[in-house]
Design a protein around this ligand. Structure first.
Ligand code: NAP
Length: 258
């Protein structure tokens, strides 16, 4: 049974691999036996994660520069990963952005920027790495969404972020149905607040904010990076072979009661 969760011999690509959630996922995969390609725009940032993986685990890791909103850049990433590792078994889209603006004056350029990173930049890696998975009739795709893809907030500014994450959820479901004949599992993880450098810098982990926020969270805590890594490992492993097209709420029960 324990082997069901192992990823030995698998090749994983984590885009946004130096992010607050991408890094623990990439490290978690390597600890389970996968070789990992980490990619994002800042090569130095993903290089540090690749070094950490090589130091902490016996697995191979490589860093690549990519702008996931750019078609040519994503195609180049696929070619580089194939050249280095020969194939791909697992893709994680762990990039994204949240730009808050009042709905009545939402600037078009910010709206398009948010959709480029939260929607187009998910489709492009799925399309390109998916072709490799289609050819071998096996693969696992994990898209990072948010509880905001299904629940609005009383506080404003979230129309762009929420609707882009709603797009991630429906893209995930539609893709899972289209690629089921190729045995490619496509799922999404939709977290509430997870403790990362980003959420720390936004000030949303302050005692005052958390007191209000956690009033609606049955488990009465925010998520930790390890919570994300555990679910991602499950969805990347053969333990989840019969699960596709699902959005998993990593939220301490928030969406169960809200
Ligand atoms: N943290 C949370 O509490 C939370 C809650 C709900 C949902 N989420 C979702 O989870 C995902 C990851 O969040 P996070 O907290 O880990 O964010 P983060 O720490 O800001 O990491 C995002 C990563 O995406 C990369 N990135 C940005 N633009 C990119 C582009 N054009 N191409 C390739 N990579 C790009 C960034 O690296 P570079 O700057 O090097 O490109 C960065 O490392 C997002 O989709 C977010 O919406 C997070």
């Amino acid at each position: 049974m324990a082997d069901l969760f192992r990823l030995d011999g698998k090749i994983a690509v984590v885009i946004g691999g130096a992010g607050g959630l991408g890094e623990p996922i990439a490290l978690g995969f390597a600890h389970q036996g996968a070789d990992v390609a980490v990619a994002s725009r800042r090569l130095d940032a993903v290089q540090k994660v690749a070094e950490k993986i090589r130091k902490e685990t016996p697995r191979e890791a490589a860093a690549f520069q990519v702008d996931a909103t750019d078609e040519k850049s994503v195609i180049r990433l696929k070619e580089q990963v194939l050249e280095k590792f020969g194939t791909v078994d697992i893709l994680v889209n762990a990039h994204g952005t949240s730009i808050k603006k009042p709905a009545h004056e939402f600037p078009v350029d910010i709206w398009n920027q948010q959709f480029a990173l939260n929607a187009l930049a998910f489709m492009l890696p799925c399309r390109e790495f998916g072709k490799v998975m289609m050819a071998k009739k096996k693969g696992k795709i994990i898209n990072l969404s948010s509880v905001r893809g299904t629940r609005a907030t009383f506080w404003g500014g979230n129309t762009g972020y929420s609707s882009s994450k709603g797009a991630v959820d429906m893209y995930t479901r539609a893709l899972s149905a289209e690629w089921a004949p190729y045995c490619i599992n496509v799922n999404a993880i939709a977290p509430t607040i997870i403790r990362t450098p980003l959420t720390e810098s936004l000030g949303i982990l302050s005692e005052e904010h958390l007191k209000k926020y956690l009033a609606n969270v049955p488990l009465k805590r925010i998520g930790e990076p390890q919570d994300m890594a555990s679910l991602a490992i499950f969805l990347a492993s053969s333990a989840s072979d019969f699960i596709t097209g699902q959005v998993f709420y990593l939220d301490g029960g928030l969406t169960a009661v809200g």
